[in-house]
Design a protein around this ligand. Structure first.
Ligand code: SF4
Length: 194
């Protein structure tokens, strides 16, 4: 059986790839995600993944968490931030996999219909060849819903946004605007009636 390092963005996204690869590969999950903001969210996702790996008997490795690495890399180029984000994570996964003697690496990011699939594949192949390790491409997307359903059944924490501060802002932009409008409106009212 070959050794496969699976870069893992979070527990729920790992469930489906694990289910289809576990009989063919000896899998290690590698949690390396300096993009995740804030640190409490990072920990919550890690704990969820650790719980799943423990019950499924999967070896889990955890990389360093330094959000500055991500923030510095995307600063000034936030509109193209996903490319940088993928690149940081895949580079570290490939480096780790090559150093530790894995046969190949892949990423759970390939399960999300919200990610840039072709770009992930292109970067995975380029980065893999740089480190001399094979990037395994799978289109996990058909299993996205099933994986999320299974994660729900297992009572796993399922995050409401992709991960970075920008995606968190986008996720709550409407709510933030509504709240700010309401508070500003209340303030105006109390000035005119007070
Ligand atoms: S939206 Fe997601 S993939 Fe894109 S930069 Fe943010 S965390 Fe990374």
């Amino acid at each position: 059986m070959k050794d496969l390092l699976v870069h893992t963005c979070c527990g729920p996204c790992f469930v489906y790839p694990h289910s289809i690869l576990k009989d063919t590969y000896r899998i290690t999950s590698y949690y390396f995600n300096p993009n995740i903001h804030p640190s409490m969210e990072y920990m919550r996702r890690l704990e969820t993944l650790a719980g799943f790996c423990s019950s499924a008997g999967v070896d889990l490795r955890v990389g360093e968490y330094d959000p500055q690495v991500y923030l510095r890399a995307v600063a000034g180029n936030e509109n193209d931030r996903c490319r940088t984000c993928y690149s940081i994570r895949l580079n570290e996964a490939a480096r780790f996999a090559a150093e530790k003697g894995y046969d190949a690496f892949t990423t759970t990011l390939l399960i999300s219909p919200y990610q840039k699939h072709e770009l992930l594949n292109q970067l995975g192949v380029e980065i893999g060849s740089h480190y001399g390790i094979e990037f395994k491409y799978w289109d996990f997307r058909p299993g996205f819903r099933a994986g999320q359903e299974r994660a729900k059944e297992l009572d796993m924490y399922r995050q409401p946004y992709c991960g970075c501060i920008y995606s968190e802002l986008e996720r709550y932009a409407k709510k933030l605007n509504t709240t700010m409008d309401a508070v500003r409106g209340n303030n105006r009212e109390s000035r005119t009636t007070g």
